[in-house]
Design a protein around this ligand. Sequence first.
Ligand SMILES: Cc1cc2nc3c(=O)[nH]c(=O)nc-3n(C[C@H](O)[C@H](O)[C@H](O)COP(=O)(O)OP(=O)(O)OC[C@H]3O[C@@H](n4cnc5c(N)ncnc54)[C@H](O)[C@@H]3O)c2cc1C
Length: 425
Amino acid sequence: MSAIGPETFYRAVLGPVPAHASLSGNVKTDVCIVGGGFTGLSAALHLANIGAGPVLIEAETIGYGASGRNGGQIHTGFRQTQRELERWLGKTHARDLWNLSEDAKSLIRELVTRYGIGCALKSGLVIAADDRGAIRPLADDTEYLRAHYDYSAARMMDAAETARELGTEVYPAARFDSGGGHLQPLAFARGIAAAAEAAGAHLHEHTRAQRIETSERSVRVLYDRGIIDAEHVIIACDARAGLLVPELAPYIAHVESFMTATEPLPDEVYESVLPNDSAVADTRHVLDYFRKSEDRRMLFAGRETYLTVPRNVAAIVRPRMERVYPALKTVRTEYAWSGTVGITRTRMPHVGRLNARTVFAHGYSGQGVALANLGGKLLAEAVTGNAERFDALARVPAKPFPGGTWTRRPLVSAGLIWYKILDRF
Ligand SMILES: Cc1cc2nc3c(=O)[nH]c(=O)nc-3n(C[C@H](O)[C@H](O)[C@H](O)COP(=O)(O)OP(=O)(O)OC[C@H]3O[C@@H](n4cnc5c(N)ncnc54)[C@H](O)[C@@H]3O)c2cc1C
């Protein structure tokens, strides 16, 4: 019998981790990658595929961070709408970014097919208007994508169609996006890791980078049991990047997001809830997101905290799930866990160079299932001298969060609580 505990449902169903030996001693490599989530693994795979044989070090286990514990939802575009990006960055740059975000979704499908990754990849993402006030902006954005970006995969659904698609009458309208979808994220991360290793990448778990030192001739990663001398270093630590490289700290904040998995749903409930097996996210800043698992459970997520993780995550998520699906009141929650989401002030990924030898990508702000895999590929392109697509993301101006080392966290928390208050009005 499963108990509610810190174990993620994904890890529990996949079974023991295929282990990768920890590293010890001093080594030399062309590229050292720090972080074994989607960003680092994708960078490792794409470098290995061109014969670079990178060394990747992960402080815990492959997919231990956000990549192995997220909602698995594949989103279209970015957290900022294309219209907002056009106003901010101009039409040409906004279009380049849109093209990248479309590449990100294609990359997932390409990798799953090419490497035969069994991660229950499915099409269909619904963005549900949380209240009537959210309908107009969602409909305008959907129409804008159709008219200006030729994106016809998304269309609006009225209340009746939304109720049929989701099996709940809570939402007054929604956008159905056949270009979005969902997958089992830890299975995907492990699949990419296996492909990277088969192509010649060296993956090491339980190996924590402690400091990075750069000289004119090389860059050194000092880790817990030795030193890695590299031509290039890729920092792929998402929410933790600022702990390793203090100069990145002002640009990356994090929130803890809560997820749960019920027991497998009884037949009558299973058929009525999400009958077409779409994934759903609502339009609030602090959103609910949910989908069904391959083994017929409801995976429901919602709420965030900025400081500490509560002991009983399930108790926080259940009322939100029962509001949307009263029929689930009689169904037990079997797994509850939390994960750290890296966010930026602009809600756009933070991608760039620390110096000529060190690049980074993080802060996908809740849309990293697609974007982090692309981020890793662009990092691989950048260190091999093909930085055109990388530069399109690196040119997005980053904005620091306010405050210094000690005051930033409470200030960021206050800002995020403000967004939560906005959701109530
Ligand atoms: C609960 C939750 C739900 C989410 N839902 C969705 C969703 O439905 N759709 C979506 O698009 N996005 C979602 N996200 C966001 C998405 O998961 C992330 O954007 C993405 O996984 C980031 O990948 P990453 O590789 O950059 O970071 P991570 O997966 O966090 O990987 C970073 C890795 O670096 C390692 N590391 C850190 N410091 C060091 C060090 N010093 N030395 C060695 N290793 C180190 C960490 O252990 C970690 O494994 C969600 C996130 C969470 C937490």
